[in-house]
Design a protein around this ligand. Structure first.
Ligand code: FES
Length: 552
């Protein structure tokens, strides 16, 4: 007898006593590690989707983990029968948006003037010598998201992009959204979130096709919590009203002139040059972080005459509205539902994720699956399509209730030989999605009404982020995730935060512009707006968002 073990979709017969790490190795799956199964590095985490009962009990090195997470070098199969399904924290290649699309062409017309320069064999950062070398000079732009991490390697002398990579943020073991990460970091000593991420970043950087010690600068953007965790700041205050980063508090006390952060490669535990500068771009305010700031730089907002909106839908949706004269910014605590978190069959946009859904005339589902493999789950764009199609065909009403009192709609029935199981949407999933949508829509209403304009008054509506790039706009409009604007106003721009980080890496003057933009942006606090709750309730319904409702 043997148990059936499925790791990252690959199946193997497992005998009691051997670790999940051992079986991953047998399957040829690359498990992140720096300690070779010693229980020390904490990098070999796996998420147990099914079959926790068939595993050995938690060990001492795993005491920082709870819920469905285990260290694969510690968790052993404990039964010769049963079924365990799990995946590593880096379970495949994430789809990378290599270039942002539809940005104003002029924004690239900046002079290449990186902070890192060469004078003979001297390498200088802002004129201060940090190394002697005649080799190349590289830099990294990083977008550190709650769910996804994106890195770009850049030649700082030519501005050319050499490589890029992307992976799921392994800090997920501390919770899927920022508030749980703050709670985790506050109650667990040892900076485990930062150290785990640093381990994954180290592996990613070491895989780049250059000597890591030729990397002399790194620009980090991300929401306030992700950025501050990375720089080992105390994040407690971001989780408490009035939700302020420690850097913002210090600015208000006159202790610093900018909310940006600076450290060295060595102190950030990265394999780049030890004296490399790691620059955390400034945040706007509260949860509106450095990623939103970088997005403003990427769309050239400092010089923009037109009225533009930027919506980056994610665990924390960021909204920016304005032009060179006035900018409003807000953050909506949408939660991870549209990124597949908190959804029974949700998953990131990896191979096996259903990304397109249509309901045929006979009621059957036509599915588009990333990687053209058997479906394993549904990613964000697939969820939007599913809701839109259920609504269009009357199988779900605008309150998110399924017809005929069913509680589950099955998109994919797995054939008996496929172990990965059916893929379905529960009515409780729809409820999660409704609440995430409600937060986003409430944010839109608050920001636009605070600016004193209607949705239709914007000239360009950028949908930012990997999710915004891949969702189907008509489906999103039907369920009311984005406003019902004419198609020519909506630009699915992709990851503009990494674009902004790259610009800040390559140009000192643009970096100064970024610092100026952040000071100019007014933070719109959703939670204190008198109509927020009404807007939220309205936004939980699956219907087009056309105008700002009258709250009274
Ligand atoms: S391999 Fe390092 S903790 Fe498991």
């Amino acid at each position: 007898m043997a148990a059936t073990l499925i790791i990252n979709g690959q199946s193997i017969e497992a005998k009691a006593g051997r670790s999940l790490f051992d079986y991953a190795e047998l399957l040829g799956i690359d498990v992140p590690t720096s300690c070779r199964k010693q229980g020390k590095c904490k990098e070999c985490m796996v998420e147990i989707v099914e079959g926790m009962d068939a595993l050995s009990p938690l060990t001492e090195p795993e005491r920082h983990l709870k819920g469905k997470f285990r260290l694969s070098c510690q968790a052993c199969v404990s039964s010769d029968t049963g079924y365990v399904r799990c995946h590593t924290m880096r379970r495949g290649n994430m789809r990378i948006e290599r270039h942002a699309l539809g940005l104003p062409g002029t924004n690239q017309a900046f002079h290449l003037d990186p902070a890192v320069t060469r004078d003979g064999d001297r390498i200088l950062i802002d004129g201060v010598e940090v190394d002697h070398s005649t080799g190349p000079i590289h830099g990294i732009a990083m977008d550190l998201g709650t769910t996804t991490v994106v890195l770009r390697l850049i030649d700082l002398e030519t501005g050319e992009q050499i490589a890029d990579t992307s992976f799921e943020n392994p800090q997920r073991f501390g919770g899927s959204e920022v508030m749980s990460r703050i709670a985790y970091d506050t109650s667990n000593p040892g900076r485990l979130l930062m150290r785990t991420l640093a381990g994954y970043l180290t592996h990613a950087i070491e895989k780049f096709p250059v000597d890591p010690t030729t990397i002399y600068e790194m620009v980090v953007v991300g929401n306030s919590t992700m950025r501050d965790l990375f720089f080992r700041q105390n994040v407690y205050s971001i989780g408490q009203t009035p939700y302020r980063s420690i850097t913002e508090i210090e600015m208000a006390e006159g202790k610093r002139a900018s909310s940006s952060l600076v450290d060295t490669g060595l102190r950030c535990l990265l394999p780049i040059h030890p004296r490399a500068r790691v620059y955390g771009a400034p945040i706007i305010s509260g949860h509106v972080g450095a990623d939103a700031a970088a997005a403003m730089l990427a769309v050239n907002l400092a010089h923009e005459q037109r009225l533009v909106a930027i919506m980056d839908i994610g665990t924390n949706t960021e909204l920016i509205l304005g032009n060179k004269d006035r900018i409003l910014a807000a953050s909506c605590p949408a939660g991870p539902a549209f990124e597949g978190g908190a959804i029974a069959c949700g998953m990131p946009a990896l191979d096996g994720a259903i990304e397109e859904v249509a309901i045929e005339g006979d009621g059957s589902f036509r599915l588009g699956v990333i990687g053209d493999v058997e479906p394993e789950g549904i990613c964000g764009s697939g969820l939007v399509d599913t809701l839109s199609e259920l609504l269009r065909t009357g199988r779900m009403n605008d309150k998110g209730r399924f017809e005929d009192d069913v509680s589950r709609v099955t998109l994919y029935h797995a054939p008996p030989h496929v172990q990965s199981g059916d893929v379905f949407l529960l009515e409780s999933d729809v409820n999660e999605l409704a609440q995430a949508k409600g937060a986003n829509v409430a944010g839109l209403h608050v920001v636009f009404s605070s600016y004193g304009i209607e949705f239709d008054d914007v000239d360009v509506f950028y949908l930012a982020g990997g999710f915004g790039r891949n969702l189907h706009v008509e489906a999103s409009k039907r369920i009311g995730l984005v406003p019902s604007l004419s198609a020519n106003k909506i630009v699915q721009a992709g990851n503009i935060a990494i674009e902004g980080a790259t610009i800040a890496l390559l140009s000192k003057s643009k970096r100064r512009e970024l610092e100026g933009l952040v000071k100019k942006a007014e933070h719109c606090r959703l939670e204190t707006h008198p109509s927020f709750f009404d807007f939220f309730v309205e936004g939980c319904q699956f219907k087009p968002v056309e105008a700002i409702p009258c709250a009274n």
